[in-house]
Design a protein around this ligand. Structure first.
Ligand SMILES: Cc1cc2nc3c(=O)[nH]c(=O)nc-3n(C[C@H](O)[C@H](O)[C@H](O)COP(=O)(O)OP(=O)(O)OC[C@H]3O[C@@H](n4cnc5c(N)ncnc54)[C@H](O)[C@@H]3O)c2cc1C
Ligand code: SF4
Length: 329
């Protein structure tokens, strides 16, 4: 780890100014950033402490009935917030299932969305793979049991964030501020595939700060579910996660649906195929199973991660049923 100083700007414009200079990194909870420093993946001369700017730490309902979550809100606060639990259940549940209580009390929403991938080649200080500017990806011919089964190539990372699939399912947007001013982007468009640029996971520009996440009001009749499978009960990232939203009536006729998988692709993977299969169908176990089949049809596993396919199918099926109010074994 290199030597660095921690700078606490007095407000957001000053934070942006500092971050626009060379070799600075934004510090939120520090859970991932400290690992990145120790693994020599980043070597900033200063860490710009966002917690000192005195903003971005609230969950508020806006005038259109949606919710704004400040980038510095902690995962434990998301998990416990009554509005999120009631109206955006998948988001609260995704936060509740992430990591450990200690990590959730430190980790922020912005940091969770911007954490770097867990690929062990990327995290190894002596490996210079494609993501670090090297000339090859070691996953296809190497150890790839935790890697992508969808959307991979030329890097095969999976996006590690629990919150990302749940927020994409709810059509969330992110507000960013940078040297050029503010911009708002759909979260779905914020994440970017390695085929565009294997060194990055999103389109955050140098000097930009993620200020908040905005989630629109859910459609009347919408209900959601978030499920994940892990190797361990806690202290671990998911092998597969699924966030589903089902908009249905009393007869279980599905008017709309969103299905987004996590930990299977370099970005939160929205299955338009599953959504199309569900729309207009009556929700029951065969409709959910059909959605799961089509969601995983494009899967292209590597040598050691084919096991993710049946897990993902089971989770899609169960998440869709649970969102529609039908419990499964
Ligand atoms: C044991 C363990 C288990 C875990 N399990 C899970 C899990 O199951 N699911 C899951 O989702 N996560 C898991 N995590 C990861 C954890 O949730 C993230 O590391 C954490 O959310 C990062 O948030 P942070 O506030 O600490 O970010 P930091 O570490 O401070 O920042 C992360 C990155 O984002 C940048 N950044 C942070 N905030 C902003 C901002 N507002 N604007 C611009 N840039 C910013 C930083 O510069 C840095 O590059 C786990 C971590 C550990 C240690
Ligand atoms: S999957 Fe991505 S991060 Fe991992 S070795 Fe390949 S290029 Fe590097």
């Amino acid at each position: 780890m290199n030597r660095f100083e921690v700078v606490t700007p007095r407000d957001l414009p000053n934070a942006v100014k500092l971050l626009s200079g060379r070799n600075h990194a934004a510090l939120a909870g520090g859970v991932d950033l400290l690992d990145l420093l120790k693994q020599n993946i980043v070597a900033p001369q200063s860490l710009v402490n966002l917690k000192g700017v005195g903003a971005m730490d609230a969950i508020e309902t806006d005038e259109s009935g949606g919710v704004r979550i400040g980038a510095l809100v902690k995962l434990s606060e998301v998990a416990a917030n009554p509005t999120l639990r009631e109206r955006y259940g998948a988001v609260a549940e995704a936060a509740a299932q992430a990591a450990t209580p200690q990590v959730r009390n430190l980790a922020t929403v912005g940091g969770n969305l911007l954490q770097r991938p867990r690929c062990w080649y990327f995290r190894h200080p002596d490996v210079n793979c494609l993501k670090k500017g090297g000339d090859r990806c070691y996953a296809p011919g190497g150890l790839n049991r935790y890697h992508a089964i969808l959307g991979g190539g030329p890097s095969f990372i999976v996006h590690p964030s629990n919150l990302a699939p749940a927020l994409v399912a709810f059509a969330a947007s992110v507000k960013l501020i940078g040297p050029g001013g503010e911009r708002t982007l759909e979260l779905e468009r914020f994440f970017t595939l390695p085929r565009i640029d294997p060194t990055r996971e999103n389109v955050l520009d140098t000097g930009e700060v993620l200020i908040e996440v905005m989630i629109p009001a859910p459609a009347p009749g919408a209900a959601s579910a978030y499920l994940e499978a892990r190797e361990k009960q806690s202290f671990d990232w998911p092998l597969v996660s699924v966030a589903a939203i089902v908009v249905s009536d009393d007869t279980h006729l599905i008017r709309d649906a969103r299905v987004v998988m996590g930990a299977v692709a370099p970005i939160p993977w929205r299955s338009h195929e599953a959504e199309t299969a569900l729309r207009g169908a009556r929700l029951d176990s065969s409709a959910a199973a059909r959605a799961a089949e089509v969601a995983l049809k494009p899967a292209a596993p590597l040598s050691d991660n084919g096991y993710k396919v049946p897990i993902a199918k089971a989770l899609v099926r169960r998440a869709v049923l649970r969102a529609g109010g039908i419990e499964t074994a």
